[in-house]
Structures are given as structure tokens and as C-alpha cells.
Write a protein that binds this ligand. Structure first.
Ligand SMILES: Cc1ncc(COP(=O)(O)O)c(C=O)c1O
Length: 389
């Protein structure tokens, strides 16, 4: 039996999401005028309402996408292109060195093609991004800053509400990748005053392959793809009624149960971290203040442990965890987040979610307190490498 502590990579689907997916699979085309089409459209619109209520924005702001990656790309490229069309000038973007590749690579792609200039802000050593560091990067042509709500490796939480407030005074819109945050943090689009946001259903118990871009009224966005003009003309393509319905149902339940989940994750992750850092050569990374880190993530560095052997041993013992971020191509490469924050040693991310129990933590502790000393007693070490499946 596997002990699953890799919810930051993907969380198992909730029964409500499975039921909505199942019910929606036989949907007609939600743009068709007949009764079956209207029923499919009603399912999409119900999901839109569920998402809007959960994120505290208008249903009009909700655009369904294929996931977090597309939602990030749509906001970043879409806003940059719209600004260039409006002003005739090359727009300037701000982002941070700890963003997910869905943000960093979108920005890099625009810059490489001469379609934007960009400033990449360095994080503090604990992985958080300071408001002043973002403000210092603002220049005359800045149109958008993209700063994640919470980091997927270290779990560091940023004060995006303060950033949005300060940026608004300088007429700069804030986009935030809230993919990791929405499961345990109260995300408030209107209250925070953010212009755009990305979430992904498979991080909160919905299916893989669906997400949401929140694009608020007044934010000009050029589409990434062109076609039938669905979803305000911003995201063409036949509505994925079943996926959208499952995303809405999962998010509604996740938000309803969020406070209880946050408390459970906090107590489980505190116990996990406390017992593991009592071992020699095990360090916890990320912010020390619990208010500044996700309750669901424990990120550790292990001294004197070979990363490949660790991965092998954990697999053998049936513990699913991550050597770093788990959102990339599968290539082993030094994690840019850990490089940017100066974290060394072999990384190990344990991440909890809606299925996590005290028994999972007991079992993970049994495995890790046996495997880590055993590996250390064995062969030498290679420098920290983050697996990115
Ligand atoms: C912070 C963050 N943003 C974006 C993504 C990409 O989301 P998706 O897998 O839905 O494309 C992920 C994880 O995969 C993530 O952790």
C-alpha cells in the first residue's frame, strides 16, 4: 500500500468530482441551442458560479482552461499582447525567480521574441517575495507583475494583497498563480484587489486537465488561440462541460472544508517536521513563521544522502513524496527555486492534502527514520538535485 504525501504534485480526485465528471461525460455541446446543449451549458454555468463564489469574484471573470499552465500563459501573454496593441510600446513585466515554469517560461518566451522586457525579482532566503522588491522593479512600461500566492516547493506564502494594493497605485496589474494556495488558504480575488489569477483543479481534488484563469473586468487580454469565440472570446473551443463541472464541484467542497483541512494539515505537518528535524543533518526549509508557509508542505534538506538512492528507497518502501517540484518534464535538474533561495543538500518535499491522515504521517516517519540513517551510513553524496516529473 502506498502512503501518498505528494498532494502538491497532484491530489487524488474527490468523490464529488468523480460524480460530476461521470454525469457530464455524455454532455452535448454546451453551445448548441437544443435542450441537451442547454443542459450542458447549465452545468458549465453552475461550475462558473461555484468557482466565482469560492474565489470571491464575479462569474464573468471566470475562464475555464486546460489547467494552471494555460491559465498562467493566458494572463501573461494575453495582457502583454493587449498592452502592446493598445500603446504600441514593448511592455515590461515583473516576475520572481521562484515562480512555476508556467509563469517563468511564458515571460522568457515573450522576452526572447522581443515582445516584452522583464525583471525577475529575487526572493528572500526563505522563499518569500518582498513587496518593496516588486515595487522597486516598476518602470514606465510595466503593465503586469506575476507573483505567486504560495510557492510549490517551499510553501512560502506571499502578501499578494499588499502587493496588489501598492501596484494599483502605480497602475500595474497583479497576476497571481494561486495553484498551490487555494486548497488551504482563503483566496479573495476582490478583497485582495488582484487583476488575474490561476488555479488548477488537480491540486484540490478535481481532475487533471482543467483549471481556471480569473481575468477581471477591465483587464484587456488577447486570446492565445482563435476559434469559435467561447468564454468571452478569450478562450475558444468547445466547453469541456464534464471537466468544468468536476472542477466546480471539487472547489466548492474544498473551500467548504478548507479550514478543517488547514488545521489538520498544520498539526500533521508540524509533527512530521518536528520528528524529522530531530534527526542529524535534516533541515526544514522555507519560512519559519507558520503564518508565512502553507500548512500542507514540509520541505527538507538532507545532508549526506544521495538523491537517486533516496528516491529508490522511498519507492521501495511505498512512500510517494517528491525530490522537489513535480510539475515539469521529468528531467532531473537543479531546481531554480532552491538555487534562488540558496537551499543545499538533498531536497525532500512531503505534501499533504484532503486524504491525509495521522496514519500516513506515522508510516512516513517509520520509513524516513529508517531510510535516512541507512543511506547516510552507505555511500557518498551528490549535490542536491530536484526531480521534476
Ligand atoms: C504553482 C503551480 N503553478 C502551475 C502549475 C501547473 O498546473 P497544471 O499542472 O494544471 O498545468 C503547477 C503544478 O503543476 C504549480 O504547482
Amino acid at each position: 500500500m502506498t502512503t501518498y504525501l505528494d498532494h502538491a504534485a497532484s491530489s487524488p480526485p474527490r468523490p464529488v468530482a468523480r460524480a460530476a465528471l461521470d454525469a457530464g461525460l455524455a454532455s452535448a455541446n454546451a453551445s448548441a441551442g437544443h435542450l441537451a446543449g442547454q443542459q450542458a451549458r447549465a452545468a458549465v454555468e453552475t461550475a462558473r458560479e461555484q468557482v466565482a463564489t469560492a474565489l470571491r469574484c464575479s462569474p464573468h471573470d471566470v475562464v475555464f482552461t486546460s489547467g494552471g499552465t494555460e491559465a498562467d500563459n493566458l494572463a501573461i501573454k494575453g495582457v502583454a499582447w493587449a498592452a502592446q496593441r493598445r500603446t504600441g510600446r514593448i511592455p515590461h513585466l515583473i516576475t520572481t525567480a521562484v515562480e512555476h515554469p508556467a509563469v517563468l517560461e511564458a515571460v522568457r518566451w515573450l522576452v526572447t521574441r522581443g515582445e516584452a522586457t522583464a525583471t525577475v525579482v529575487a526572493p528572500a532566503p526563505d522563499g518569500r517575495v518582498e513587496v518593496d522588491a516588486v515595487l522597486d522593479a516598476v518602470c514606465e512600461d510595466t503593465v503586469l507583475a506575476s507573483v505567486m500566492t504560495a510557492n510549490n516547493e517551499l510553501g512560502a506564502v506571499n502578501d499578494v494583497a499588499a502587493m496588489a494594493r501598492a501596484l494599483r497605485e502605480r497602475e500595474v496589474a497583479l497576476h497571481t498563480d494561486a495553484v498551490q494556495a487555494v486548497g488551504t488558504l482563503d483566496v479573495d480575488v476582490q478583497g485582495w484587489g488582484i487583476a488575474a489569477l490561476a488555479i488548477s483543479a488537480h491540486k484540490f481534488g478535481g481532475p487533471q486537465g482543467v483549471g481556471v484563469a480569473v481575468l477581471r473586468r477591465g483587464l484587456a487580454v488577447e486570446p492565445l488561440s482563435h476559434g469559435g469565440g467561447q468564454d468571452r472570446g478569450v478562450r475558444s473551443g468547445t466547453f469541456a462541460a464534464a471537466l468544468d463541472a468536476a472542477c466546480g464541484a471539487a472547489l466548492e467542497e474544498a473551500v467548504r472544508d478548507r479550514e478543517a483541512l488547514r488545521r489538520r494539515c498544520r498539526s500533521l505537518s508540524d509533527r512530521l517536521a518536528a520528528e524529522l528535524i530531530s534527526l542529524d543533518g535534516v533541515h526544514r526549509n522555507g519560512p519559519t513563521d507558520p503564518a508565512h508557509r502553507l500548512a500542507s508542505i514540509v520541505h527538507l534538506s538532507l545532508d549526506g544522502v544521495d538523491p537517486d538512492r533516496l528516491a529508490l528507497e522511498l519507492d521501495r518502501a511505498g512512500l510517494a513524496a517528491s525530490g522537489g517540484a513535480a510539475c515539469g518534464s521529468g528531467a532531473s535538474a537543479a531546481s531554480p527555486v532552491l538555487q534562488a533561495t540558496g537551499v543545499s543538500g538533498t531536497p525532500l518535499r512531503l505534501s499533504l492534502g484532503w486524504t491525509s491522515t495521522a496514519a500516513d504521517v506515522d508510516r512516513a516517519l517509520d520509513v524516513l527514520t529508517t531510510v535516512i540513517p541507512r543511506l547516510r551510513a552507505g555511500a557518498g553524496t551528490r549535490p542536491g538535485v530536484a526531480a521534476r516529473p
